[in-house]
Design a binder for this molecule. Structure first.
Ligand SMILES: *[C@@H]1O[C@H](CO)[C@@H](O)[C@H](O)[C@H]1NC(C)=O
Ligand SMILES: *[C@@H]1O[C@H](CO)[C@@H](O)[C@H](O)[C@H]1NC(C)=O
Ligand SMILES: *[C@@H]1O[C@H](CO)[C@@H](O)[C@H](O)[C@H]1NC(C)=O
Ligand SMILES: *[C@@H]1O[C@H](CO)[C@@H](O)[C@H](O)[C@H]1NC(C)=O
Ligand SMILES: *[C@@H]1O[C@H](CO)[C@@H](O)[C@H](O)[C@H]1NC(C)=O
Ligand SMILES: *[C@@H]1O[C@H](CO)[C@@H](O)[C@H](O)[C@H]1NC(C)=O
Ligand SMILES: *[C@@H]1O[C@H](CO)[C@@H](O)[C@H](O)[C@H]1NC(C)=O
Ligand SMILES: *[C@@H]1O[C@H](CO)[C@@H](O)[C@H](O)[C@H]1NC(C)=O
Ligand SMILES: *[C@@H]1O[C@H](CO)[C@@H](O)[C@H](O)[C@H]1NC(C)=O
Ligand SMILES: *[C@@H]1O[C@H](CO)[C@@H](O)[C@H](O)[C@H]1NC(C)=O
Ligand SMILES: *[C@@H]1O[C@H](CO)[C@@H](O)[C@H](O)[C@H]1NC(C)=O
Ligand SMILES: *[C@@H]1O[C@H](CO)[C@@H](O)[C@H](O)[C@H]1NC(C)=O
Length: 643
């Protein structure tokens, strides 16, 4: 167990806004929150802190709806967003240089036709900090606000043309961090700002933030802050679980506000000006429903999506959505009865991010039994004895919003609690679920895979899981997915070593499905296959992993393939070309010949997958101080506890 100690030297992070914090960061006064509110306009929990609170029910009492359509909110928002994507799309497609094709006149010709206009989504997989950073590299490359990202060979602007962005687990931290920080760019989050510890992954999540030279919270204070905050939720009558602590601790790294913004809610994203005006894509986080002590696979999981308006599932089991702002209310059979309370603030942003990443709860459990400083282990012991070990890998949503709703099919219909776990637990580690729903009509998904399948590189396992699920009539519920080969084929043909398109031929599918642009993590300039359970990264290593993800996204500024940006644009246009009956430009045909999986299979056992650098390793001091080996011992233990 002592071997786990290095883990401790790892994670936490975010510092506090010094001006406020000097004051008394863990008991932020209402004035302090007002300051944060000006910065980001999100801390709207009615309690003013971490705890949910009873509010007066609105005139139209909140209800649960069946999952037979998009929400009225999304339906109203979409035309606004889709229209806002038109000009960025023209600008982006034009820069992507499709020879003999006038992107501007093509898009202008369909700008008022949502069916024909490309509908773009980006999905960032789970995989802890590795996934956060590798995904961040892609998003930075796709973001026109990133320095030089609109130069030749670059792909900046894709993000501005996208309708949806989804994240799960570590990818959910990325998406959650960007959205709770007012859609900050990756570059800004990476570089931070004075007295902010956002994305300072060199600090241990167990030790707490270090405040850039002004030590604002001692480790003891940090833990008692977490303990008090989670205690306030328990005192208000809500069951808590390790996920509450985990989400709170994570927030210090991810949310740039005093104490990680305990009053920030995920549903408040729906009220941000940038979002309501359609200036930014719609975000999703994904979690799996799972009862304690059971195991799930993609074929029998019930998946849940969080979006700014709702929490719910399209699956034929739960098949329902709850208004996220009011999750925590006493719903029964789809309504809050006249004697039931309406509650807000349950969807605390860090708790939602923690819910999508409960796999990491185990880190706290494992650490509890290792040689951590006594101050930390004492607090952890109190926490664990308070809440017990029973539910140490789930997030408790109690009361269950779907109680007595869809009785016949909803597995949790008769349970007063809904238990949610890490979105990758059923093997679908890329959050494609919200994006392949037929109601959303997505045309193309950039699927960033940072999974640790083989030597901490991906091998297509996640796509295989989603594909298999799409073939099962009991669970697929109208979703279709391109044909995906087995993992041996992925490795043998190198489909996991360079971007690959799946589903190029729209007519050769069980139903309408997006084209998948699979973007696997692979080594360009840095060995970014760090262990999922490596919990600390100094700034140099963090920046190199983000940089590597950026090189993957641009194929090293087009040096691996000068036509890569063009090929991305062709993927974006592919479904639209089919719908409008447009002849595919020659250069796009060349791209499809090169990047589309053509159906070839080679299922023989591959040699060990040890990819070499596509550009060349940038050596850094970070490599020599990596604690990966030690931590992977923790990973094995975690896996044992878990599986
Ligand atoms: C979502 O739509 C419902 C019904 O139209 C409306 O009452 C509610 O205010 C909307 N929510 C937000 C956050 O806009
Ligand atoms: C769509 O966006 C354009 C600017 O790109 C704007 O002029 C137009 O009014 C918008 N249309 C709608 C219906 O919102
Ligand atoms: C990025 O794209 C948006 C939307 O098209 C545009 O308003 C903005 O000026 C662009 N920013 C840069 C730095 O190019
Ligand atoms: C556009 O692509 C053509 C051929 O595909 C290439 O010759 C040309 O240099 C490219 N132009 C730019 C600005 O990248
Ligand atoms: C952007 O490009 C300029 C000119 O090539 C270069 O000097 C600068 O370092 C680049 N910035 C980044 C962040 O790569
Ligand atoms: C963090 O918040 C402070 C205070 O609101 C702000 O000035 C700063 O720009 C933010 N930093 C980042 C990286 O978002
Ligand atoms: C899901 O399937 C697995 C393997 O088939 C089985 O072990 C597990 O009990 C099932 N779980 C549920 C909730 O049905
Ligand atoms: C399809 O899914 C159902 C429900 O989870 C499961 O019981 C069944 O075994 C699956 N069918 C196949 C062929 O895998
Ligand atoms: C679901 O079953 C419960 C318990 O039998 C019952 O009270 C409730 O009314 C049912 N819900 C619906 C919508 O029929
Ligand atoms: C919930 O209870 C009702 C009434 O007792 C029953 O009809 C229904 O099948 C139960 N649902 C589940 C999923 O167990
Ligand atoms: C692919 O990854 C899975 C784990 O996700 C592993 O079990 C399997 O052996 C790997 N196969 C290959 C060929 O790498
Ligand atoms: C929109 O585009 C689709 C696909 O090209 C076409 O079938 C449909 O008729 C168009 N709708 C309008 C109103 O032009």
């Amino acid at each position: 167990m002592k071997v786990l100690a290095p883990v401790i030297a790892s994670l936490a992070s975010v510092s506090l806004c010094a001006a406020n914090a000097v004051h008394l960061p863990r008991d932020a006064s209402p004035e302090t929150w007002a300051v944060d509110a000006i910065a980001r306009a999100l801390p709207n929990s009615p309690s003013g802190g971490y705890s949910p609170a009873v509010v007066q029910c609105p005139a139209n009492r909140p209800t649960i709806r069946n999952a037979d359509s998009l929400s009225p909110n999304e339906t109203a928002w979409l035309p606004i967003r889709r229209n806002v994507t038109v000009d960025p799309m023209i600008s982006w497609l034009t820069r992507m240089n499709i020879t003999d094709f006038d992107a501007a006149s093509y898009i202008n010709g369909i700008r008022n036709n949502a069916t024909a206009l490309p509908n773009i989504a980006i999905a960032a997989s789970g995989g802890g900090w590795r996934a956060l950073m590798n995904g961040a590299g892609f998003l930075a490359a796709a973001d026109n606000r990133t320095s030089n990202s609109t130069n030749r060979g670059q792909i900046g602007g894709l993000l501005q043309a996208s309708t949806y962005v989804a994240g799960l687990s570590g990818g959910g931290w990325l998406v959650g961090s960007i959205y709770t920080n007012n859609f900050s760019s990756v570059e800004d989050l990476r570089d931070g700002s004075k007295d902010s510890n956002v994305w300072k992954f060199g600090n241990s999540i167990l030790e707490g933030p270090n405040g850039d030279g002004i030590q604002l919270l001692s480790t003891a204070d940090y833990w008692s802050t977490l303990h008090d905050e989670v205690g306030s939720k328990a005192d208000a009558g809500y069951n808590t679980s390790i996920t509450d602590y985990w989400g709170r601790a994570l927030s210090f790294q991810l949310v740039n506000a005093t104490d990680g913004g305990p009053a920030y809610t995920f549903s408040s994203i729906a009220q941000q000006d940038m979002f309501t005006s359609g200036s930014i894509p719609m975000p999703f986080l994904v979690s799996d429903g799972r009862a304690p002590y059971t195991e799930i696979v993609s074929l029998n999981s019930t998946l849940f999506e969080f979006n700014p308006w709702e929490l719910g599932s399209w699956d034929p089991t739960t098949y329902a959505f709850a208004p996220l702002q009011y999750v925590g209310s006493n719903f029964s059979a789809g309504v809050v009865p006249s004697d039931g309370d309406c509650v807000e603030g349950f969807d605390q942003a860090g708790f939602v991010m923690g819910t999508s990443s409960t796999l990491f709860n185990q880190v706290l459990v494992v650490l509890n039994s290792s040689s951590v400083p006594s101050i930390v282990s004492n607090v952890l012991e109190t926490i664990l004895s308070d809440i017990g070990f029973d539910n140490n890998d789930i997030a408790q949503y109690q009361p269950n919003p779907f109680y007595h709703f869809n009785n016949a099919t909803n597995r949790n219909a008769n349970s007063t609690e809904l238990t949610l776990v890490d979105g990758g637990e059923d093997g679908q580690n890329i959050p494609l679920y919200p994006l392949i729903q037929p109601n959303r009509n997505v045309d193309v998904i950039f699927a960033i895979d940072s999974s640790a399948d083989i030597n901490n590189w991906p091998n297509g396992t996640s796509l295989v899981a989603t594909y298999e699920r799409s073939l099962n009539n009991t669970v697929e519920n109208g979703t279709a997915f391109p044909s995906i080969p087995d993992q041996n084929t992925f490795v043998n043909l190198g489909l996991n070593n360079h971007p690959t398109f799946f589903g190029c031929n729209a007519s050769n599918m069980t139903g309408p499905s997006p084209l998948i642009v699979y973007v696997p993590n692979s080594p360009y300039v840095y060995p970014s296959n760090v262990s999922t359970y490596q919990l600390t990264y100094n700034d140099t290593e963090r920046n190199l992993i983000i940089r590597n993800g950026y090189e993957v996204a641009t194929q090293a500024n087009g040096t691996i393939d000068a036509q890569w940006p063009t090929c991305m644009a062709c993927a974006v246009l592919s479904r639209s070309f089919t719908k409008t009956g447009t002849t595919v430009p020659t250069v796009c045909q060349q791209c499809f010949d090169r990047y589309c999986w053509n159906g070839t299979v080679d299922s023989t056992d591959p040699a060990n997958y040890l990819p070499s650098f596509k550009v060349g390793e940038i050596k850094s001091a970070a490599s020599s101080v990596r604690v990966g080996t030690m931590v992977s011992v923790a990973a094995v233990m975690v896996a044992m506890l878990f599986m």
